[in-house]
Design a protein around this ligand. Structure first.
Ligand SMILES: Nc1ncnc2c1ncn2[C@@H]1O[C@H](COP(=O)(O)OP(=O)(O)O)[C@@H](O)[C@H]1O
Ligand SMILES: [Mg+2]
Length: 366
């Protein structure tokens, strides 16, 4: 059963937080919001037509919160996160939306102001550590540069903080490794250097796009734990992109599921694992091995492929893969509705999904 498979860390919300506490809770959460993304859309104009990679996405991240963005390959996770720093390359274009961070719209920044935010207030770690490091510069130079530029530290102060950061991210012999070139380090060590660089200016928000995919499994877990530890120490929020639900369960406070360029469900991690309201989220959960490792279970499989973003259907983009789909789903795109406190889902049959309990929605493999 899902609820035991992904055991709750905090238990169900108590009655008071759902009833009379609701208004106070809302005001509190608004006050703590660090990033507020509204109606963000990104399009690619291609020979095949207009590819709607990100389709009217809205999300919030609170101060100090870790939000995981999940979804299979091609669902728009990378383009959405890159667009927050205006890093989407031509022919990609942000066609609508805002991303307010402490009173500044990240999507409206230009020139010097944009560069000042990138690398200091909001930083990003990419999937492949080798392409993100400059091969001809020593680790020391790459680590020190953002602190000199953004924090205006002197050479000696920057070096001191650099060594401290390397120790903080678990690099042994920080002094020795400080002067190495990237190719002299292992993949895991390079990813640690990138985390140190991303944390150098104590960013308000760290965006990490599948930061562990290139690493082997034991190192992956270490890197994620490290990200959690360092972001907590520095008080940074984290937007974490992954397709690994196991990592989500261990790392994230909240989860947003992307499908076909939209966020189709989002909520607190516990609620999302125990009581998913969208069939796609349910399918993702049914298709992972038991996180608690209690016993091997039969895994479900979501048949079919994600939609072509150049030819999105008029109704629900998951309809052709969904065991619950009917005429309404094919005709009408479901709106994103609040299904529980701080929990939204865009599905015409979310109540059916929520009442599945131990029953499977998708067929098991073999
Ligand atoms: N350079 C490009 N030209 C055209 N379409 C693109 C380009 N880059 C990305 N896309 C489209 O954006 C979609 C989302 O890509 P991406 O954000 O990288 O997915 P994810 O990170 O979830 O795997 C892709 O499925 C593709 O259709
Ligand atoms: Mg990606």
């Amino acid at each position: 059963m899902l609820a035991t498979k992904f055991r709750s860390r905090n238990g169900p919300p108590n009655a008071s937080s759902l009833n009379h506490g609701n208004m106070a809770h809302l005001m509190q959460s608004e006050k703590n919001t660090l990033l507020s993304v509204r109606d963000l859309s990104v399009e690619f104009h291609t020979a095949r037509g207009v590819v709607k990679a990100v389709n009217s996405v809205s999300l919030d991240i609170k101060a100090g919160e870790r939000l995981a963005i999940v979804g299979e390959s091609g669902s728009g996770k990378s383009i959405m996160s890159m667009s927050l720093l205006q890093l989407v390359q031509y022919p990609g274009r942000i066609t609508s939306g805002s991303a307010m961070l402490e009173g500044t719209d990240l999507l409206a920044l230009k020139g010097k102001k944009l560069r000042a935010v990138r690398g200091s207030k909001v930083t990003m770690i990419f999937q492949d550590p080798m392409t993100s490091l400059n091969p001809v510069l020593r680790v020391s130079e790459q680590l020190i540069a953002p602190m000199r530029r953004h924090l205006h530290l002197g050479q000696r102060e920057a070096k001191e903080r650099g060594l401290k950061l390397l120790a903080q991210v678990g690099i042994p012999d920080a002094e020795g490794n400080f002067n190495n070139y990237p190719h002299e380090l292992s993949g895991g060590m390079r990813q640690r250097v990138l985390i140190a660089m991303a944390m150098a200016c104590s960013p308000r928000l760290l965006i990490a796009d599948e930061p562990t995919t290139a690493l082997d499994v034991t190192i992956q877990a270490q890197i994620i734990e490290l990200l959690a530890k360092v972001s907590k120490e520095e008080g940074s929020s984290v937007l974490f992109v992954t397709h690994d639900m196991g990592l989500v369960a261990r790392f994230a406070d909240r989860v947003a599921v992307m499908y076909g360029g939209r966020i189709i469900e989002s909520g607190p991690t516990d609620q999302m694992f125990e009581n998913p309201h969208h069939p796609y989220t349910r399918g993702l959960l049914e298709s992972i091995p038991s996180i608690t490792g209690e016993r091997p279970e039969r895994l479900s499989q979501i048949e079919g492929t994600p939609p072509d973003l150049a030819f999105l259907p008029k109704g629900c983009s998951f309809a052709d893969r969904c065991p619950l789909s009917d005429e309404v789903c094919i005709e009408t795109q479901p709106a994103s509705l609040t299904v529980a406190s701080d929990h939204t889902a865009a599905c015409h049959h979310s109540d059916v999904v929520a009442s599945l309990g131990e029953r499977r929605l998708f067929d098991a493999e073999n």
